[in-house]
Design a protein around this ligand. Sequence first.
Ligand code: PLP
Length: 421
Amino acid sequence: MDHFLYRDGHLHAENVPVAEIAAAVGTPFYVYSTATLLRHFTLFDEALTDVDHLVCYAMKAASNQAILRTLAQAGAGMDVVSQGEYLRAKAAGVPGERIVFSGVGKTEEEIRTALSGGIRQFNVESEPEMEVINRVALELGKVAPITVRVNPDVDAKTHAKIATGKSENKFGIPIARASAVYAHAASLPGLDVIGIDVHIGSQLTELEPFRLAYEKVAELTEQLRGEGHDIRRLDLGGGLGIPYTRSNEAPPLPVEYGQLIKDTLGHLGCEIEIEPGRLIAGNAGLMVSKVIYVKSGEGRNFLILDGAMNDLIRPAMYEAHHDIVPIVEPAPALEARPYDIVGPVCETGDTFAQQRDMPPVASGDLIAFRSAGAYGAVMASEYNTRPLIPEVLVHGDQFAVIRARPSFDEIINRDTIPEWL
Ligand SMILES: *Cc1c(COP(=O)(O)O)cnc(C)c1O
């Protein structure tokens, strides 16, 4: 459920007409709904109420500081995957003890920054990384809390580019090696080995892969405890999928996911962490764009938009589907026709949808990409020297620009020309 609904024939973000935002900031832009963000966070938080837990929002999904602060004020921690994200979370006011550091290639500099600024734990992905964290911790006179990310070798049944839990993926250590790796970690004085981490992929639409992974984590917890490790925190990653179309089967609900966690791991008495990103932000954001031209081709009609693949890359990168809706609610009698919906970038990949049924659309009309809140703005680029598009946050009947569109001068002046030219 989200808070982007037609009212009196006009699409609203909460109580604000989307057309009003478009008039104020220009197109294209991203708009997020505070109520939707909070609703999704709360669904996870409530799904785990009877266990000691922390929901750490995977901020790579949408990392604007206004979004981070909204969630942090509601009690969320953050899952970060880079120094930049760590510093951004701190800047948004998230305390270090609520920040988890994930990622397969943490550099020494990143580790130093997080240890100096305070960190809840590092999710370690390899033995060489473990040794670097140990060394940096000892240099700083600190002890680094760590979990080890294990790769449970389960098939997440999701798009290949976002599956992470098979043995051929680059993530984590094989469960079969856990015993040796934990023994190694325990021998390093700069580390405090507190738990286990697992994250099997993104946009999972079934619970079964989670069940298989979490059963393996339960078994491993008992085994490692038997080997003398004080396993007291389980980080279960993110990955719960969202409905990208209103027609397709609904993925499992957070409450069902929470129940699965309690069923598979509740008896262990561990603190539980989860790292949802997409489910919190995905359906809390739209990308709004304007139709520049309607072009009739050989048996095809194209809608050429002012938004492009550099603004929302998911269709080009993952063959992702986004529902695309007009801002003015079409009259029920209007007959839909198929359009190819494309951006202006010089690549055939700059196609958002092919042969998509839409009500009749004219040049100048506004349309919205639904479910664009996660992995949208954060993956944008300035390809074709197109400015990063603004982000807007709605809260009830207010809205604010939370990242402004840069001017062309700002973009162009970032280059420097060497003296010899
Ligand atoms: C990407 C990622 C997440 C978030 O995944 P979603 O599918 O957005 O919920 C969580 N944890 C880790 C380690 C990740 O890499």
